[in-house]
Design a protein around this ligand. Structure first.
Ligand code: COA
Ligand code: AMP
Length: 625
């Protein structure tokens, strides 16, 4: 039996023993005596009587162990020219003061704090400061528009919002404070205080009574100690797109998360404790939570926080420059980032200028790693390229190539095999397992391993109905795919209305709500069509109300602005086509899948339940014109 099989089987057959053993790798205040139990909803919870503090594990523990002088975080910002390094001790001291600053404003255990910040060290420090107090952070990606921020503020009901005066994109400065003010104005929930970190590129006006200058508050604050919390207490809420307009608040607990983060650093990424780990993502996404902040620090590594892009900051050599400059051991990003590099530097000329001898492997997730991108990166970087599949809901990889156990042969298009702790099955519509190579719903047999969500914030019914009730005993991932004869998992894409644009998870349902809200629109469908660079792009099909007379280009411009204002530029909604009618079933369900297949030039079968077959030729007509 291979080392992987041995570990996989152990986790499957004796999950409690397996995870009890992994739990010994972290520094609990009180080690758990119960490993797995069920909560009042019948949901499995890990380590329920364990007591710990995640900030302690990430910072203080290393200082206690004599590693305080090691570098915890490197900030590299090609958009500002800044480069800074923080030792574990410096990080611990600053985070303790930021925690004190929050406590001065009444933040205590269980309170929520919304963090809307660009990729600067204080964003990671703010997260850790919340963890230190046992407060629950909810980071909102800086690229989201005020409306998205408002929805999250309303749902999380934070006592405090933490922000910075601006974010910096390629050649443009984006003022954050007016967006925060607008979001709070639009939200029914009003936070008591807003901390604003002033950046010299664009200082904010602190005109509201609730506004607090971060630097001044920091100067006045005293360091705060780590507050003990239960393993099952929430560490954070991270909102993610579902099938409706309302994002889901994925809840992450403290104990299971810490154990899984620690386990993953060795098992999946094969990282030594003093290694340098770089997740080129954003703290607003789950990859940023897990692999810019928590896992590398809990493991004792140096983490890199990069405020820049793979290209244009200043060139497609940016990733390789950072890898050389900081002797990065493992690089993790989304395939779209490498497609952008490949587009601008197809021969890898920029890459050749850098010494990548320290780099051991390149990991990718966030969307399917398409075989041409895999081959290009393997060829040019001459390193193992590892695809792994996961979701905001799990917080770490469900399937991958566990390089810390053994590097299995890579199969292009596959995320390799389930990680020990996960039991992946492919089910048909009746919930029955299907044969190898047959596609179906990718489901995870319960219990889910530590770190996976136990609920949706203040909406447990949504957790049950969205993930658990379709197939009793299973969690439904929302992805379709298959297992091959060797047990390799191939994820083929979402089977719901979620799309993936440049590694960003977005809801077409939400876009439809926004487009459908335009006074000229009777009904609409938004589908995710294939895009060479970003993986998918949204495309709208709209039917006008009777009697409406509007030029289609004017309408398209208005709809594009509407989506941009509501969700943000990251939605990349750029096109809307006017059609006479949409293909629907006789019961009125819009045939989005068929529309997408036509738009992507795939072969398709028209469902026998179609109401009006001419609606198909209508879609073909507008796409041709
Ligand atoms: N704050 C404000 N605006 C933001 C933003 C942020 N944090 N991030 C992106 N935007 C804006 C961009 O400025 C751009 O606006 P524009 O339409 O006015 O030009 C828009 O959102 C789209 O941005 P982006 O998706 O970054 O597209 P791009 O064409 O500028 O760059 C890539 C393309 C592939 C380089 C880029 O998408 C990328 O680096 N992707 C990797 C994503 C990733 O790491 N995902 C995490 C999962 S691991
Ligand atoms: P997010 O919650 O933003 O991380 O997005 C999760 C979704 O991204 C998954 O449900 C998949 O649809 C997709 N995804 C993430 N990683 C992969 C991968 N390695 N291969 C295929 N799809 C992926």
């Amino acid at each position: 039996m291979s080392a992987y099989q041995e570990q996989y089987q152990w986790a499957q057959e004796q999950p409690e023993l397996f995870w009890q053993e992994q739990a010994k790798q972290i520094d609990w205040f009180e080690a758990p005596s119960t490993i797995l139990a069920k909560d009042e909803h019948g949901i499995e919870r890990w380590f329920p009587d364990g007591v710990l503090n995640t900030c302690w594990l990430a910072l203080d523990h290393h200082c206690e162990q004599g590693r305080g002088a090691n570098t915890a975080l490197i900030y590299d910002s090609p958009v500002t020219g800044a480069k800074l390094q923080y030792s574990y001790q410096e990080m611990r001291d600053q985070v303790a003061r930021i925690a004190g600053m929050l406590a001065d404003r009444g933040v205590t255990k269980g309170d929520r704090v919304v963090i809307y910040m660009p990729m600067i060290p204080e964003a990671a420090m703010a997260m850790l400061a919340c963890a230190r107090l046992g407060a629950i952070h909810s980071v909102v990606f800086g690229g989201f528009a005020p409306n998205e921020l408002a929805v999250r503020i309303e749902d999380a009901e934070p006592k405090v919002v933490m922000t910075a005066s601006c974010g910096i994109e390629v050649n443009k400065v984006i003022a954050y404070k007016p967006m925060v003010d607008k979001a709070i104005m639009d939200s029914r929930w009003k936070p008591e205080s807003v901390f604003v970190l002033q950046r010299p590129q664009c200082e904010a006006e602190l005109g509201q009574a609730r506004d607090i200058d971060w630097a001044q508050a920091y100067q006045a604050a005293l360091p705060h100690a780590c507050v003990p919390v239960l393993a099952t207490d929430p560490l954070y809420i991270l909102y993610t797109s579902g099938t409706t307009g309302k994002p889901k608040g994925v809840v992450r607990d403290n104990g299971g998360h810490a154990v899984a983060m620690k386990y993953s650093m060795g098992t999946i990424y094969n990282m030594p404790q003093d290694g340098v780990f770089w997740a080129a993502s954003d703290v607003g996404w789950v990859v940023g939570h897990s692999y810019i902040v928590y896992a590398p620090l809990i493991h004792g590594c140096t983490t890199i926080l990069y405020e820049g892009k793979p290209v244009r900051t200043p060139d497609p050599g940016a990733f390789w420059r950072v890898c050389e400059e900081y002797s990065v051991d493992a690089l993790f990003s989304a395939p779209t980032a490498f497609r952008a590099i490949k587009k601008e530097d197809p021969q890898g000329e920029c890459l050749k200028q850098y010494d990548l001898s320290k780099l051991k492997a390149i990991f990718m997730a966030g969307e399917r790693l398409d075989p041409p991108t895999l081959e290009w990166v393997e060829d040019k970087a001459n390193k193992p390229v590892i695809d792994h599949w996961w979701q905001t809901e799990t917080g770490w990889a469900i399937a991958g190539n566990p390089t810390g156990i053994e590097l299995m042969p890579v199969k292009a298009g596959s995320a390799t095999k389930p990680i020990p702790g996960y039991q992946v099955e492919i089910l048909n519509e009746l919930g029955e397992p299907v044969a190898a190579k047959q596609q179906g719903f990718v489901a995870l047999k319960r219990p889910l391993p530590p770190s996976c969500l136990p609920t949706v914030w203040r909406n447990h019914d949504r957790f049950e109905s969205g993930y658990l009730s379709q197939f009793p005993g299973y969690y439904v991932s929302g992805d379709g795919g298959y297992l091959d004869d060797d047990g390799y998992l191939f994820i083929m894409g979402r089977i719901d209305d979620v799309i993936n644009v440049a590694g960003h998870r977005l809801s077409t349902g939400e876009m439809e709500e926004i487009v459908g809200g335009h006074p000229a629109i009777a009904e609409c469908a938004v589908v995710g069509i294939h895009d060479e660079l970003k993986g998918q792009l949204p495309l709208g099909f709209v039917v006008l109300k009777d009697g409406v007379n509007i030029d289609s280009l004017t309408l398209e411009g208005e709809l594009v602005n509407k989506v941009r204002d509501s969700i943000g530029a990251v939605a990349c909604f750029k096109h809307a086509l006017v059609v006479e009618r949409l293909p629907k079933t006789r019961s009125g369900k819009i045939l989005r899948r068929t529309i997408r297949q036509i738009a992507d030039g795939e072969s398709y079968t028209v469902p026998s339940t179609i109401d009006d077959p001419t609606s198909i030729s209508e879609i073909e007509r507008v796409l041709r014109s």
